[in-house]
Design a protein around this ligand. Structure first.
Ligand code: FES
Ligand code: FES
Length: 166
């Protein structure tokens, strides 16, 4: 029996019928065709499916689509604005924080959630946050460097938004 859900995805309203057992990650990829959210394990281990749900990083393979009814979701596709990469995306590129890129959307979503909650996060905070995000090829040194660089970019962006508003 399909169930109706309504939610906001990357700022746009979405309504759909989903099966009770449909995982949120499959809804995002297969129904919404937002394939930047990856599936690496389907068992809440690897973090490739990390998105933001009401501002918090969640593993979308660990949430049912019906549980997202009424929620505000952001996927990797929702980070860039007006064609400009989000500071965290730009930092991953600048710092060579990726190789094949499979883990990168999940890393970026996890990192942006951390920095939004704790703008001055330390390298240790970053390592703790990324504990649930696996990279099978790069190694973590450049990823941590990228997150700290991305944090600086996010702080700068927040400061300039504040200046423009005042
Ligand atoms: Fe969700 Fe691996 S696919 S944690
Ligand atoms: Fe290949 Fe992380 S860059 S898995």
């Amino acid at each position: 029996m399909a169930i109706s859900i309504s939610l906001t995805v990357n700022g746009a309203p979405v309504s759909a019928e989903v099966e009770p057992h449909t995982l949120l990650v499959h809804f995002i990829r297969d129904t919404l065709r937002l394939t930047g959210t990856h599936v690496g394990c389907d068992t809440a281990q690897c973090g490739a499916c990390t998105i933001h749900m009401d501002g918090r990083a969640v593993k979308a393979c660990n949430v049912l689509a019906v549980q997202a009814d009424g929620a505000r979701l952001t996927t990797i596709e929702g980070l860039a604005e007006d064609g400009a990469l989000h500071p965290m995306q730009a930092a991953f590129r600048e710092c060579h924080g990726l190789q094949c890129g499979f883990c990168t959307p999940g890393m970026v979503m996890s990192a942006t959630a951390l920095i939004a909650a704790k703008p001055d996060a330390s390298a240790e905070d970053v390592r703790r946050q990324l504990d649930g995000n696996f990279c099978r090829c790069t190694g973590y040194h450049n990823i941590v460097k990228a997150v700290l660089e991305g944090a600086a970019g996010m702080r700068q962006q927040a400061a300039s938004t504040l200046r423009e508003a005042s």
